[in-house]
Write a protein that binds this ligand. Sequence first.
Ligand SMILES: [Zn+2]
Length: 559
Amino acid sequence: MNTGAGMDVDLVITNARVLTMDAGRPRAEAVALRGGRIAAVGGAEVAALAGPKTRVIDAGGRTLLPGFVESHLHLVLGGAELVQLQIGGVTGFAALKAAFLDYAARNPQRRLLMAQGAAYDILGAAVTRHDLDRVIADKPIAMMSPDHHTVWANTMALEQAGILRGAQMPAGHEVVMGPDGTATGELREFEAFGPVLALGGESHLQLGIATGGEPDPWPDAATFAADLDKVAAGLAHCAAHGITSMVNMDGNRYTCALLAALEAQGRLTARVKVPFHMKPHMDLSELERASAMHAEFNGDWVRSGFVKMFMDGVVDSRTAYMLHDYPGVPGHRAAPLFPPGRFDAICAEIDRRGLQIAVHAIGDGAVRQTIDGYEAAARANGLHDMRHRIEHIELIDRADIPRLGALGITASIQPPHPPGVMDFPLNTMETVYHRDRWRDAYLWKSLKDAGAPVAYASDWPVTDVSVMRGIQAGLTRVPFEGTTDERLSLMETLHAYTAGGAWAAHFDDITGTLRTGMAADLVLIDGDIEAIPPHAIGATPVALTIAGGRITYAAETFA
Ligand SMILES: [Zn+2]
C-alpha cells in the first residue's frame, strides 16, 4: 500500500523492530507520524515518505511499541510524593532514624516529615508511636506502608491531628488503640490516617482518594499553580518510563481541572482517565456528579466516564475481605466496605448511566461480591459494552474464575505486587494466606485462559511505575510452592501494557496499537526486547517516548 507519495510527514522512525499490537499487521520496520497521528506503518515505503522537512530517527534496530498504558496509578499522589522521604528497602531502627534526620535537615520548612515505602516489618515488630518518638519527637513525623493502606505516626503527629485519644471511624478504617487508651501510632486505611497527612498542608490533593469530595474552598491561584507543578513532576516521571496513557485510580473534578489546565498549557504528556470516587456513605444521587464529570471531561487527553469504589483493604493489615478466616486469627475475615444489596443497586445505577465501574477488590470475598454487583447490573440493564473492571484480585475462589470472562470483566492486575516478585517480601504468603489457597493467589494466566481481558499496571506510587521492571516481574515470577505458572508470554505481557490497557480504559479508539490513523503514541525501548533476557528487561531503559506526536522524553544516551 502506498498512501503517501509526496505526503508531508513530520517524523519518520526507521530501522525499528516495530511490534504494533495490531493483529492485522503485528510487525513492521518503520512508522511515519503527521499532525499527532500515525500516517503510515510499514517497511521501506514508509521510510521513503520522508521529505525535506521531515525529521528522521534511525532506531538502530531497537523495539518500537505503542506508548505504554499504565492501567492503575495515582498520578497526583505520586507526583506529590516524589519530594517526600523514600525509605523503601530501609530496615532497622538505626537506618530509619538516620534517614529521617537527614531528610529533616534538608527540609526544615516542612510541617510534617512524611516517609514513603515503610515495610510492614521495618523494625522487626509492630511499629509504635514510641518507636517514632525515638526517631524525632519534637516535630510531627509519619511513614506510609508501600501499599498506602497503613501509616505509622509519632506522638506529636497524632496529637496535632487530634487522634491521640482515638477517633470514631467508618467500618474498615481504624485508629489502633493500646491498652492505656491512647493510639499506638498505627493507622489503618485512609480515614484513619487522613488527619495526619493533612498536617502536611496537601490534604486537598488527597480528597480524590479520601472522600471523593472537592476542595472547599477551591484552591487559590498560587496553590493551583503549585499543584500543577506537582502533577507535571509526576507526568515527567511517567514519560521517562514510556507511559503515554494512564488510568488514575482516584479523583474528583479538581483532578480533572488540574489536568485540563496542563493540557491548555501544553504540559500534559499523557492521556489520563479520572474517576468519580463513590464512597459507601454516599447517596445514589451523588452519581449525578459522576455523570457531570463525564460530560465535562471527554476529550482525547482528559477523560472521566468511570466510577471507582473500594470493596476492601489489603492483605498485610488483614483488611482484605476473605471468604475464610485469616490464618491464626479465628473469626476474622474482614468485612466488605459496601453491603451486598446496596452495592448491587449502585452498580446497576452506574451502569444505567453509561459509566464504567472499577472496584478495588483484593480478598476472594471482595472479588466475589464485586462480580455479583456487575452481574446485578447486567440483569438490570442488559450486558452491554461497559468493560467494568476489577482492580488487583489477589485471591479468588476457583468458582469465580470463569465469571470474569463470561461478563467481560477486565482483570486489572499489577505484576509487581505478588509477594517475592519485585519489591514486596515473600513472607506475606506465610502470614496471610492459608497454604492450601496459594494456588488461588495472584492468578494471571488462569484468568486470561478463562476469557478475562487483562490489563497490567504498577499502582504507582504503591510500586515503582517502571513498566520495564513490571514486564520483568511479569516474566520472571517464580510460582509459589505447589502452584501453577501464572506468567503470560512476552507478547501477552506487552499487550497487557498497551492494547489491553487501552481497551480496558475505553481508549482503544485512540491508542494502544500502531496503525494508520491512531494517535502517535509510541515508546522506543533501548534494545531488542525479544532478545533481552527477561532478568535484564527491568534495567533496560526507555530511549524515547512520544505522545500525540510530541517527544515527551528522550534518553540522554539516545538524544
Ligand atoms: Zn491503587
